[in-house]
Design a protein. Structure first.
Length: 339
């Protein structure tokens, strides 16, 4: 789901409310239960941890709570398709996790030393077992907001530091890093058609390119930026219906080869959530899918996995000390209208 950096503080409360509802409807509505195509318990790591993103393989990534009074080493946890978890722990206890992304079967993490404003960052590359394979120091003239791994390089996007203090004045920029994390190219994102700035969203790595969801400041305009390994940036605006009062927009998801808007339609019965698929490379509208009724209230959980014909969410089950987390997959259906 589209969630630019800086908005994550609101995620735990919304996620908790939504997931509690999911747990209730999974046991009280037969029609919902019939659509569950996967339900596995999750080996949850950390207290009050929350998902912050999902990769295109259907694996959740989250950062557990950090307790500075105990000088804990920060880490990232990955929830795999079978419910098992992998822990990727930062070796330096002074480093604070900024952004992270899946890389083959491992993980890449951008960390800020001492959590102080600085142009220096540490790049950690982990293998699938959570071992640090390489570690480098890189200097960036922007604050990282997202990262993606292409076929051979790493693309980091953030906001320039010297473009005013107001958020709408922050200009997106980025860097392409080589195999040794040296900066091979710097780039800036072009302005919107009105001359404003974009909000940088989640990223996905492709074959020699990185894709990023963008939103125009103050306007319901969405786009996909294609960033090549040479630092060339192309922005395609998505043909989303402008200011449609009948649609209640929830957010955006990244799926295999697609970006997906999810929304509901006011007054529609049965109550479902729609998923409009757009080709991630061309921004062309492909198709619409829906959840089986009853739909989730207030949209999907803050972070969900979109996997072509299914939606995956983390659902708490049980009460108190007996509560456990489950990875639940819900089958989608083809939409017969509102395309």
């Amino acid at each position: 789901m589209f969630m630019p950096k800086g908005w994550c503080a609101a995620m735990p409360s919304r996620l908790t409310v939504t997931l509690v509802f999911l747990a209730c409807i999974s046991s009280s509505h037969l029609s919902y239960g019939q659509q569950i195509i996967g339900d596995v318990p999750v080996s949850w790591i950390g207290h009050k941890g929350y998902p912050s993103q999902c990769d295109q393989e259907g694996r959740f990534l989250y950062r557990p709570d950090y307790r500075p009074e105990k000088d804990d080493h920060q880490s990232v946890v990955r929830v795999n398709q079978d419910g098992s978890t992998s822990l990727f722990q930062i070796p330096d206890e002074k480093d604070r996790v900024s952004v992270f992304a899946s890389a083959d079967d491992g993980l890449v993490v951008v960390a800020a030393p001492n959590a102080q404003p600085s142009r220096v960052f540490h790049m950690y590359h982990f293998d699938k077992k959570g071992k640090v394979v390489t570690q480098h120091t890189v200097s960036l003239n922007f604050r990282p907001a997202a990262v993606a791994v292409t076929s051979g390089k790493t693309v980091v996007v953030g906001y320039l530091r010297d473009h005013g203090s107001k958020r709408k004045d922050l200009k997106p920029a980025g860097a392409v890093l080589g195999v040794d994390d040296s900066v091979s190219q710097l780039f800036e994102l072009p302005p919107t058609a009105e001359g404003g700035n974009w909000i940088a969203g989640f990223m996905a790595g492709g074959d020699g390119v990185a894709y990023e969801i963008l939103k125009a400041w103050g306007k319901p305009t969405y786009a996909v930026a294609t960033i090549t390994e040479s630092g060339r940036v192309n922005v395609n605006v998505l043909p989303v219906p402008p200011d449609d009062k009948a649609r209640h927009h929830f957010g955006w998801l990244l799926g295999p080869g697609v970006v997906v808007e999810n929304y509901s339609i006011f007054g529609e019965l049965p109550d479902v959530i729609h998923f409009d698929e757009y080709d991630i490379a061309s921004s062309k509208k492909l198709r619409t899918k829906i959840t089986p009724p009853p739909a989730f209230p207030n949209g999907l959980p803050a972070v969900s996995c979109y996997l072509e014909d299914e939606i995956v969410a983390l659902v708490p089950k049980g009460d108190g000390d007996q509560q456990s987390m489950h990875r639940v997959a819900l089958k989608l259906a083809a939409s017969t209208g509102h395309n």
